[in-house]
Design a protein around this ligand. Structure first.
Ligand code: AMP
Ligand code: MG
Length: 419
């Protein structure tokens, strides 16, 4: 039985305002954010299968945490109000309160009871003194004055109250989220189905790594990268292979992709050259927009719909393909997957490099942090795949002109904050 899924996005969902020329990165991101919405169905899964899934509804606590007042230490409990002034000697009641094994009786005023960490605070007790601060005699304890009322106890519900909302819809579930849900008695979670991402490489020049390459041929580097990225984002990957620069073959691949996936990532063939069949086909389908984003490295990004499924036509160049994926496709896929828009979290660091940046487009440089400074790869050449592998993040230079010298603050975005 196929699960109910939301209706597809409209064919014109990537249309750009008339007369748009070079679109600033932020405008492009705002448009994606405004137009995309979840493209996946819902499910309920046990906690043990929920890591990395996207929460599809808010979750509320079935029980308080802690469910009842308990002791934060191993020690002795008593009612603070009945302490006299000065040093104290209190008789001990028989028995003890241990975690999971409560005392089961009331502690009379002026008496103390042995209590262990995590044990329910018995009736007649509101304060616990640490065992290290006590001298233990026969059936009594002695300790110095000065303990505060309520010391070393945890109030019922001080962490989470029953009925309180603990996790919001759209959240990507972490190990700690699963601990929180478990602690408040939630054993199953409502999640979105995993987003299915189809990946297609295009180009007559591409051969499969491991095969023999003739002069003029290159190995397909984008597909291993894009399938791995999609998997790292937590999505299901549909690998549709390499497609030659042939319109019918590509049409067939797009048909299959639209059937099997919720979003299609292609690479290559998105300029307006003779062999740029991705753009040509999306245009033919009447649902293509060439997003000329003021971005380096970028080239045009072709966004369109194929049989109701969004297509991200990424540039063929692997450096541009990665940057466009991280900056545009990643947050777009997050919305399609039901999670929140995820702007990459960057921070300012002193530059370890110098650069005179021209105005008119945003630039992303392959970068990493050493000794608290952002250093960039020795070449900005967009064919340098080794620089992608060298990098641990990107330096984002603003749309306007900038003169950067060593020590100038620049925005560094670690890959780890995008993945
Ligand atoms: P295109 O956008 O198809 O004109 O491709 C731009 C550049 O990226 C060309 O040099 C292509 O050979 C190269 N390229 C395209 N696809 C890939 C790929 N999957 N792996 C490595 N390089 C590619
Ligand atoms: Mg090509």
């Amino acid at each position: 039985m196929s699960r109910l899924r939301p209706p597809p996005l409209r064919d014109d969902c990537f249309a750009l305002p008339a007369g748009a020329d070079w679109t600033p990165v932020n405008d492009a991101l705002d448009m994606l954010r405004a137009r995309l919405r979840p493209a996946v169905g819902r499910d309920t899964v046990p906690l043990t299968n929920a890591l990395g899934r996207v929460l599809a509804a808010p979750v509320t606590a079935r029980r308080s945490n802690p469910p009842e007042a308990n002791s934060a230490v191993d020690g002795y409990g008593f009612a603070h109000a009945f302490l006299g002034s000065g040093d104290q000697i209190l008789p001990l009641v028989a028995g003890r309160s241990a975690a999971g094994v409560p005392l089961g009786s009331i502690v009379p005023p002026g008496h103390a009871v042995r209590i262990l960490t995590g044990a329910a605070v018995p009736e007649g007790v509101d304060t616990v003194i640490l065992q290290e601060d006590v001298t233990l005699g026969e059936d009594k304890i002695a300790f110095r004055a000065g303990i505060k009322p309520g010391a070393n106890t945890r109030r019922a519900g001080e962490d989470v109250e029953q009925g309180q909302s603990i996790l919001q819809s759209g959240r990507i579930l972490t190990p700690a989220d699963l601990a929180l849900a478990a602690a408040v008695g939630v054993s199953e979670l409502p999640v979105f189905d995993r987003l299915r991402v189809a990946v297609i490489s295009t180009g007559d020049e591409l051969v499969e790594p491991g095969d023999s390459a003739q002069p003029g041929q290159i190995y397909d580097a984008n597909r291993p990268m894009l399938t791995a990225l999609s998997a790292q984002f937590g999505y299901d990957v549909v690998d549709l292979g390499r497609i030659p620069d042939d319109r019918d073959a590509l049409r067939h691949a797009l048909d299959q992709a639209a059937e099997q996936a919720d979003i299609i990532l292609t690479s290559g063939g998105v300029s307006s050259g003779d062999e740029d069949h991705v753009s040509a086909l999306l245009n033919e389908a009447g649902a293509m927009a060439e997003w000329r984003i003021a971005l380096k490295p970028g080239r045009p990004l072709a966004l369109g719909m194929w049989n109701g499924t969004p297509v991200f036509g990424l540039p063929g160049n692997p450096v541009a393909a990665l940057v466009c994926t991280l900056i545009f496709a990643r947050p777009a896929m997050a919305l399609l997957a039901g999670s929140d828009w995820c702007a990459p979290q960057g921070f300012m660091l002193p530059a370890a490099f110098a650069k005179a940046k021209k105005p008119g487009r945003r630039e992303y440089l392959r970068a990493r942090v050493r000794d608290g400074q952002a250093e960039v790869f020795k070449s900005e050449g967009s064919g340098r795949i080794s620089g992608l592998s060298w990098a641990e993040g990107l330096v984002e230079l603003p749309d306007g002109a900038a003169t950067i010298t060593p020590g100038t603050p620049v925005r560094y975005i670690p890959f780890a904050s995008i993945l």
